[in-house]
Unconditional design. Structure first.
Length: 566
């Protein structure tokens, strides 16, 4: 569960620290006070997309940090082990910084991680449901994901097997299509490969050739400069009254007195060593000078060879090594094309066998999805009754693909197309969810699905961001009770405008705007005590002009909520 949240310089929030407990935490307050901003901050910690727009105006970066209690969360422990992170006293700290330039830095328990790693932890720790999920629920393309998720490990294993076989068959189909294509295009390809192979072979490239001849070119281009410098050095060292002659005389003079004093002996030995070393280097310079030979024809040869290599690099790779690698690839491709009839027969047989295996797994997967869909529909329909949708029924339609003899009939997710249908009134036919559900009904449908999925989701903190829009009266009370029941075994956060939901709160957090010392808008958070909670729920019932009747109604709602919970 989320134990503590700290937000600094995020949107209109300058600095905010709030602690949380288990159960249902309700957020209420004025419109624009920052309730949804707090949820946005948690979403970013869960790996949501960040941008510079989140950084409070006039500051360098936004900082968000959260402390989670993960003592009983095995899935988080496995992830920590997977990424080589230590578990600190059953706690996990997520931190994210977003700079004014838009750059993002993520940390888990102080260790820098990528956004994708943060997302893996966030998926386990937080489940956020807001108004945008209504649209997600309406899109049939998302319905298959709901079914597969509800199917758990059984469907997950089948999907893994299907995907592995799908990849192999896809590769075989691609190769078969290449051999079974237009004969004219294949003949043109063979001619091109012959030309390219001949051009590369004629060049007789060697892997380290370019570096060697570039070095040789450098020496030839700088021949005159090198020759003159070496000659000047040699003449300064060798001959009468030159460096070597003077050093020889100095060595001889010191050698004559070396026995008179140990210090003089050291001088003599050092100078003598210098003389022999310099004599050796002088001989080496002379030998180098004697073998130097300027060859302008060789320079022309090198220039021509480099032009040839450069032309091949423009066509076939950025280096000689890449050209040679490409050469091996096209040789293999030419061999395959020349023996395509034989290869096609082998590949086609393998493709038929692969399609048979893929079809078997796909049918198994489809069958399991149908069983899962029936279970999911029954579970959701039971929840509808608790949400004042006594006559509503969900039906999951699964349409299996018909063209299973060809690879084109298979998709990455399988052969099924899933869509949710619903009827909300007796005697009315089932219709696609998008065509029949109102806003208030969608809120309750999503809440029913969340309730069903909570049993398989684990200990994630569930966050409802104004999901009660369009709900009132008896339905509002039903939603409040359902949200409260979810919070019996989980931590639930709920931003709400419904007094019925607020009355169910185990912790009631009030959020308000205020003007800071520097005349900026900020956000302030306050945990309400019992009397303050009554006052806030009264405001939610009657508006700013609170009446005694509204206050009594608020007390009654809180008392009723207490009886239902305990």
């Amino acid at each position: 569960m989320l134990a503590e949240l700290q937000i600094i310089n995020f949107a209109i929030i300058d600095k905010l620290t709030v602690t949380f407990e288990d159960g249902l935490t309700v957020f209420t307050g004025e419109t624009g006070a920052g309730k949804s901003i707090i949820i946005d901050a948690i979403a970013l910690l869960a790996g949501g997309r960040g941008s510079a727009e989140y950084v409070r105006h006039g500051t360098q970066k936004a900082e968000i940090e959260a402390l989670f209690d993960i003592e009983d969360t095995e899935s988080v422990s496995r992830l920590l082990d997977q990424f080589g992170m230590d578990q600190i006293d059953g706690q996990l700290i997520l931190r994210r910084e977003i700079s004014s330039s838009g750059k993002s830095v993520c940390r888990i328990n102080g260790k820098l991680v990528t956004l994708s790693v943060l997302q893996q932890f966030g998926t386990i720790l937080v489940d956020i449901h807001g108004q945008h999920e209504h649209q997600r629920l309406l899109e049939p393309s998302n319905h298959l994901g709901f079914v597969d998720r509800y199917g758990g490990t059984t469907i997950s294993k089948l999907k893994h097997s299907y995907l592995e076989e799908y990849k192999q068959v896809d590769e075989l189909a691609t190769k078969c299509n290449k051999y079974n294509g237009d004969e004219k295009k294949i003949a043109q390809r063979i001619d091109l490969l012959h030309y390219q192979i001949g051009e590369i072979e004629a060049a007789q490239l060697k892997a380290d050739e370019e570096d060697r001849i570039l070095e040789e070119k450098r020496k030839l281009v700088n021949f005159e400069k090198v020759y003159q410098s070496l000659k000047t050095s040699y003449e300064a060292l060798d001959g009468e009254n030159t460096g070597l002659d003077m050093l020889r005389k100095a060595s001889g003079s010191l050698d004559a007195i070396r026995d008179l004093d140990p210090e003089l002996a050291r001088f003599s030995e050092s100078v003598s060593n210098c003389y022999y070393l310099l004599e050796e280097q002088t001989s080496a310079i002379r030998a180098y000078l004697e073998q130097m030979e300027y060859n302008p024809e060789r320079l022309d040869e090198i220039e021509n060879r480099l032009d040839e290599i450069h032309l091949l690099k423009r066509k076939y790779g950025n280096s000689v090594e890449e050209i040679l690698t490409y050469y091996e690839q096209i040789k293999n491709e030419l061999d395959e094309l020349n023996s395509r009839d034989q290869n096609f027969d082998v590949l086609n047989d393998a493709l038929k066998a692969g399609l048979g295996k893929l079809r078997d797994i796909a049918v198994q997967l489809s069958s399991e999805r149908k069983k899962t869909s029936a279970r999911l529909a029954r579970a959701v329909n039971r929840e509808f009754k608790d949400l004042c949708m006594e006559h509503a029924l969900l039906d999951v339609h699964i349409e299996m693909g018909s063209n299973l003899e060809s690879f084109s009939g298979f998709e990455l997710e399988g052969i099924d197309h899933v869509s949710f249908y619903i009827t909300t009134n007796p005697g009315e036919p089932f219709k696609p969810l998008a065509k029949i559900a109102s806003g208030g009904e969608l809120s309750r449908i999503m809440l029913a699905i969340k309730t069903v999925f909570k049993k398989i989701m684990g200990p994630a903190t569930i966050i409802f961001d104004e999901v009660d829009t369009g709900v009132s009266g008896k339905a509002a009370q039903a939603m409040a009770e359902k949200i409260s029941s979810l919070a019996q075994n989980a931590q639930v956060f709920c931003i709400t405008h419904l007094p019925q939901v607020a009355a169910m709160a185990d912790q009631h957090v009030y959020i308000e705007k205020h003007i800071t010392k520097d005349q900026r808008t900020g956000t302030r958070v306050k945990k309400l005590n019992e009397s303050e909670k009554i006052r806030e729920i009264s405001r939610m019932i009657s508006g700013p002009l609170m009446t005694d009747l509204a206050r009594e109604h608020a007390k009654e709602l809180i008392q009723m909520a207490g009886k239902m919970k305990y």
